[in-house]
Structure formats: C-alpha cells, structure tokens
Design a protein around this ligand. Structure first.
Ligand code: ATP
Ligand code: MG
Length: 401
C-alpha cells in the first residue's frame, strides 16, 4: 500500500478566525507554485487542514519543496481507508512493514474525532498494535521513544494512517501580509532579510542598485541568482535593477569623502521609495544589522532614514553575523553571496566613512547639486525581471544534451 495523499497541518493560520479562508487559499496557491512540475497533484483544502492528492507523483519527489512553503506547521504522507477495523489493520501492517528495518521499535497513536466510530482510542491502539505485532515477529513496542510512530486518525469521512511526520516551514502564507520592496545587494544579509519577510507572509519585490562599468555583469547575475533562490519559497519575484553609476559618480565628486556613504544610502532609499510607490508596495526592507558597519549605527540610520516616512523594516537588526550566516546556509543563499564579485557600494567605499553622520551636514553637502533629476532618471531607466525565469525552448533543449 502506497501513500496516496499528503496531510498538511496549518500553523498560525488556525488562529485566523474570519480571515482564515484567505490564508488557506493563498497557501494553496503557493503549494501549487512550488509543485508546478507535478501537474497531476490536486489540493483539497478544508477548514483545518489540506490534503494533497498525489495521484502518480511519489511523496519523495515533493517532500523537499513542500517543506519550503510558509504557513505549514507539519505534514505527513497518509493513506486513507474506510472506517472498518479490518481495513485499518491491513493498511497499518502494510505501512509499518514498509518503514521497518532490523531492530526498530514502534507504537500506535490513535485519534478519534468521529466519536460514532465503534472503537475507542485505546481499543484502536490495542487492536491495530496487536495485529501488526502478530504479523511482524522482529518488531518490538516502545511507547516512549519509538522508531516508528503509526498514527491512526478516525474522521467522519474516513481513516488516515501514517508512519511519517515532517516539520513545515511555519510562518504565514506569502501574499497574506501585503507587499514590500527588498533592497537586495549581493551580500549575505539582504537575502536573509527577504527570507524573514516572506516567512511572515509578505510578498517581496527586490531592488538592486548596480554601477557598470565599476561593477560587472557577474555581480548583477549574482543578485538575479539570489532572488531566484528566494522564489523557491512559493512565489515569483520581480527584480528591479537600477542604474546607479551616474549618481554614485556625482556623490563622489560633490560630497566630502567621509559623507559619501551617508549620501549614497539616502539616494538609494529615495529611489527605492519611488519604485515602491509605483509598484504599490507598503514598506522597504533592508539587511541592516545594528553596528555591523558604519552605515548601520543608529546615528547613520537616523540620517539616512530621514528621506522617507515609509516604514523601513530591518528584520536582522538585532541578529549577530554568525546567526545570519547560519540562516543563509540553511536557505541556500550563502554560497552565492560569498562569490567575490564587487557590489556598487564596496567599490566607492571611503576609507573612513562617518559612523556618526550629522543630518544637517549631509543635507548641506547634497544641497549643492540637483539630485532630483538624476534620481528620476534612474527610476525611469530601471529594468525589471520576473523570476524564476521561464525556461525557453532552447534551455530545455540544452538540458537534453
Ligand atoms: P548585505 O550583506 O545585505 O550586502 P552588508 O552587511 O554588506 O549587507 P551594506 O552593504 O551596508 O551591508 O548594506 C546594507 C543594506 O543596504 C543591505 O542589506 C541592502 O538591503 C542594502 N544595499 C546595499 N547595497 C545595495 C545594492 N547594491 N542594491 C540594493 N540594496 C543594497
Ligand atoms: Mg553589502
């Protein structure tokens, strides 16, 4: 007997009262997105759980993708039987036999939400357990810490059995928390910041500033690759690529060296906010972490943030670098981020940027140049990519070779 569907248990969604329908429907959409290569799966959603009907798709082929979808607390491959004790016993034995290897212990955990079922929970445990043990001599019981925990759940519509349970990604379904613009550099931090926002249900569009010829095509590709990794959490992502060379050169020429970083960051935030407005975003997101570098002191943030009253969210603000690296590794952005191609900010970095810039001073330095026009030009010349890139026919042909 093979698992024919996956039982998906909701996390925080179950606390959502009247809005629950919206959350469930987004999550269903996101699951279809990550499983789009398996056209035969069908999702049935109910008030308190979902069933993914596998049809011909093996569970192992979708397990990893499913574990990336936010809003899922846990999931189990299950088989469903009718509400006859003999059918339950037969399915139970078949599943335990499949999971068993030499020396393993087991127990049965029954739940009965359909109280009209003729056996009580303890009776189900006993009946099913005894049947399995009778047919598998090498199997021993361990009720505290079993290798195989066979769950049997009796519901109105049928009985669900499973020997496996996997942790979901938790959080909230992407798209239930509005949209924000992620300032995405090629570094370690901003992709992790994006991940945390996605996990709280926020849809993101990414914005990247690049400065050719100071920064290479490879540096740009690195950012495209990072944004593409973030799409595996169940959504497509728009990436806005802003040509930033002219502004950086102007700042370099006009602003005293120890204030170029502050001025540059103010320009970035201003441009990002204009793109946000155009795209209907509700907030800006950065990968800043307090005290990490000169631009990330409270004094710097005060001077930089002054250009906008839009919320600037900084999910990593209180995290240590080592913890950020751990997350980057677990979401598979780390190895892309540590590729050596230079970012536009690194190239123009002054030897000793102000760690405590004064707002009046940076405004004074900026006042000698009319940046507004250049800012508008950068916004107008911004190019947009939608990720993941659809494979073209040529790509798929190349895959076959
Ligand atoms: P990261 O690892 O994300 O690059 P960082 O520690 O290198 O961060 P900074 O370079 O000071 O720190 O950047 C702080 C934040 O500013 C980044 O997390 C990102 O959100 C934004 N940022 C920096 N450079 C760029 C860029 N070229 N394009 C878009 N956003 C950027
Ligand atoms: Mg950086």
């Amino acid at each position: 007997m093979n698992y024919d569907r996956i039982l998906v248990r909701y996390g925080e969604i179950s606390t959502k009262g009247r809005n629950r329908k919206k959350f469930v429907s987004k999550m269903r959409q996101n699951i279809y997105h990550v499983l789009k290569d398996h056209s035969d799966i069908k999702i049935e959603s109910t008030r308190d759980r979902m069933y993914i009907h596998l049809n011909d798709t093996p569970f192992d082929a979708v397990k990893d993708s499913l574990s990336n979808v936010f809003g899922i607390q846990s999931f189990s491959p299950v088989v469903r039987t009718d509400k006859e004790i003999e059918s339950i016993k037969e399915a139970a034995l078949s599943l335990v036999q499949k999971s068993f290897t030499e020396g393993m212990t087991f127990k049965v955990t029954a739940r009965r939400s359909d109280k009209s079922f003729e056996y009580e929970t303890n009776e189900i445990n006993r009946e099913v357990g005894a049947h399995v043990l009778r047919n598998m001599e090498a199997l021993k019981v361990d009720v505290k810490n079993p290798d195989i925990n066979l769950t049997v759940e009796v519901r109105a519509e049928g009985v669900y059995l499973s020997c496996e349970k996997y942790q979901g990604a938790a959080g909230l379904p992407i798209g239930t928390g509005g949209k924000a613009m992620l300032l995405l550099s090629g570094g370690l931090d901003s992709p992790v910041a994006g991940y945390y926002m996605l996990r709280r249900g926020v849809e993101i569009e990414a914005i990247h500033f690049y400065s050719p010829p100071y920064t290479s095509e490879r540096a740009k590709q690195k950012v495209i690759d990072l944004a593409e990794v973030l799409t595996k959490f169940g959504t497509s992502i728009k990436l806005h690529i802003v040509p930033f060379t002219a502004i950086q050169e102007k700042v370099q020429a006009q602003v005293p060296e120890n204030y170029t970083m502050t001025a540059t960051r103010r320009m970035m935030l201003t441009i990002a906010d204009k793109i946000r407005e155009k795209q209907g975003g509700l907030a800006l997101v950065t990968g800043e972490s307090l005290g990490q570098v000169a631009s990330q002191t409270l004094e710097s943030m005060l001077a930089i943030n002054e250009v906008t009253s839009t919320p600037v969210l900084r999910p990593l603000i209180a995290m240590d670098k080592l913890d950020i690296i751990d997350v980057a590794q677990s979401i598979h952005t780390h190895d892309i981020s540590i590729q050596p191609y230079e970012d536009c900010c690194t190239i123009f970095t002054a030897p000793s940027p102000k760690t405590r810039p004064k707002l009046e001073k940076v405004k004074y330095y900026e006042s000698f140049t009319d940046f507004d026009e250049m800012i508008q030009e950068a916004v107008d010349q911004t190019e947009m990519l939608v990720l993941p890139k659809e494979k073209s026919e040529n790509d798929s042909f190349a895959d076959l070779l």
